[in-house]
Design a protein around this ligand. Structure first.
Ligand code: ADP
Ligand code: MG
Length: 267
């Protein structure tokens, strides 16, 4: 038998159920914090974003302009001070399996093995028994065979990112927020992982919001990129990237989109 042969207990079931198309609407979002001196810091001021279907939307902007703050609102970890946040027409009031987040450095649970990290969402929501057939398939799709029983400290950064991707997609979410997911990886691993993100996104038909500070990554992955201003972050502009996948990083069209995005950022 081949070393990494996987026996699929449910070959009749799809890895990703094709659900309804989803829509996120964020309108005029305001968020503030108190700094160390108890002074109010306006992090976001009137930022708006709409994402639907299987769009990949990038958010790019200066450090501290409220990008992570915005993602935390979208996945329901915090509540905005003002503005409308709706998912499929319902107000976002807390976390939900339909909206997941991938943090920088994958943020795996150090005390769980690779397969238990991937299974975490299924177990937490009580659907492990019904959906556990997805685990070996995701492990195979992400090239993690042979490392199922390894702990995060025993695998490379690239493998940890693959594991984080599998963990985010296992719940078949309608929307996944990525917060600079690949910024700690070397250039070669990052390029491979970018292809894995697109592969998973196309298989799962999920929407993606991708926060990145890498202009090339935004142009490589996104259908459009929203540019934010300095803090308090609000909409500065937007660039559509209507190039087919897989994209050629050295094509004239690609280089031109990079130039346009850089120009928008520096405007
Ligand atoms: N929990 C918090 N408490 C106080 N200030 C915060 C908190 N989270 C974020 N901020 C402040 O809000 C601003 C936006 O932060 P953040 O969303 O992390 O920026 P970005 O992700 O765009 O770099 C920053 O000035 C940051 O210091
Ligand atoms: Mg951030």
């Amino acid at each position: 038998m081949a070393k990494n042969h996987i026996i699929d207990p449910r070959p009749d079931l799809p890895l990703f159920e094709r659900g309804e198309s989803h829509t996120l609407v964020a309108r005029d979002i305001v968020q503030t914090f108190l700094d160390d001196g108890n002074n109010e810091v306006r992090a976001i001021e009137g930022f708006s974003l709409e994402v639907s279907g299987d769009e990949v939307v990038g958010i790019i902007g200066p450090s501290g302009c409220g990008k992570s703050t915005f993602l935390r609102l979208v996945v329901g970890l915090d509540e905005p001070l003002a503005g409308t946040l709706e998912f499929d027409g319902e107000p976002i009031t807390g976390p939900d399996a339909q909206r997941s987040m991938v943090f920088q450095n994958a943020n795996l649970f150090e005390w769980l093995t690779v397969e238990d990290n991937i299974a975490f969402g299924l177990k937490a929501t009580g659907c492990y028994k019904e959906k556990c057939y997805k685990i070996p398939r995701l492990i195979e799709m992400m090239g993690l065979q042979g490392f199922e029983k390894s702990y995060p400290s025993q695998i490379s950064g690239g493998m940890a990112s693959r594991c984080g991707l599998a963990r985010a997609f296992v719940m078949n979410p309608g929307l996944i927020c990525f917060d600079e997911p690949l910024s700690a990886l070397d250039a070669f691993t990052r390029a491979t992982l970018q292809d894995e993100i697109i592969k998973m996104q196309q298989a799962a038909h999920a929407s993606i919001i991708l926060v990145t500070h890498d202009i090339e990554e935004a142009v490589y992955l996104c259908d459009r990129v929203v540019v934010m201003t300095e803090r308090p972050g609000t909409n500065k502009g937007e660039l559509a990237i209507d190039l087919p996948h897989p994209r050629d990083r050295v094509s004239d069209e690609f280089v031109e989109k990079r130039r346009q995005l850089l120009e928008l950022l520096n405007r």
